[in-house]
Design a protein around this ligand. Structure first.
Ligand code: PRT
Ligand code: MG
Length: 216
């Protein structure tokens, strides 16, 4: 049996067509079913639903053989015990720095001010500002980062941006683009060896499905 870890929402939704192109159909809809283990029409493949930030953990410790996770989540988790054979090029976005539209970020940086930065991505933010030589106090949040500059909790946020609509709706502006993000296939190192033929087959099917798509 091969176990694939996915998170509900955009990762599940965007992985589904790739699975389908690989000839695998998930037999239940996570939006209506309460099940956390979903069978597929391949008796040797099942899907487990976990929190997006838990996907690397499940795969690292063998709770799942493979999984789909955003590069953002993967960087924050660390890639120990994980093989990363494929960029699936789905769930694309970027990690950016954003501030209130009335905050002069450039001059704060120029003057060497100490910035308060709220983020879920403490690791990515620490490394980015360290490389720039900007002093920051990082404030760890688990969601709704956009609120932090509006309430005075922070001068800036480091968050994911896709269309930019969420920033705009909250009078925030993107002032730096830190990195581009897409979702990656991650595989448990030991499972890759022990279940070599079936996992290989699945990786190859994902690779073909991904390659067949137009480069966006
Ligand atoms: O929601 P939960 O806390 O359970 O976990 P999660 O937020 O990590 O999961 P989910 O499903 O929201 O995101 C999973 C992965 O999707 C992320 O790790 C990213 O790799 C990827 N992804 C792609 C995104 C976005 N695009 C995205 N736009 N994840 C989140 N967003 C959010 C962003 O945080 C911001 O609040 O959408 C908002 C911005 O979107 P725009 O279009 O308004 O710019
Ligand atoms: Mg979310």
């Amino acid at each position: 049996m091969i176990t694939l870890a996915l998170s509900k929402g955009r990762i599940f939704d965007e992985t589904l067509p790739l699975l389908q192109e690989a000839g695998i159909r998930v037999l239940e809809d996570p939006e209506t079913s309460r099940k956390l283990i979903l069978p597929t029409d391949d008796p040797q493949v099942r899907v487990v639903l976990v929190r997006a930030s838990d996907v690397p953990t499940y795969v690292q410790y063998g709770g799942a053989d493979l999984g789909v996770t955003g590069l953002d989540t993967l960087i924050e988790h660390g890639s120990q015990g994980l093989v990363q054979p494929l960029d699936l090029r789905i769930a694309r976005c970027r990690v950016s720095v954003a501030v209130r539209a009335d905050y002069d970020y450039a001059s704060a940086v120029r003057q060497g001010a100490r910035l308060r930065v709220a983020t879920k991505y403490v690791g990515i933010a620490r490394e980015f500002f360290a490389a720039k030589g900007v002093h920051v106090d990082l404030i760890k949040l688990y969601g709704s980062m956009e609120l932090a500059p509006l309430t005075g909790l922070a001068d800036a946020i480091v968050d994911l941006v896709s269309t930019g609509n969420t920033l705009k709706a909250n009078q925030l502006v993107e002032v730096e683009r830190i990195m581009d993000i897409s979702s990656r296939l991650v595989v448990n190192q030991a499972a890759l060896k022990l279940k070599q033929p079936s996992i290989r087959r699945l990786i190859d099917a994902f690779a073909r499905a991904t390659a067949a798509r137009p480069q966006a």
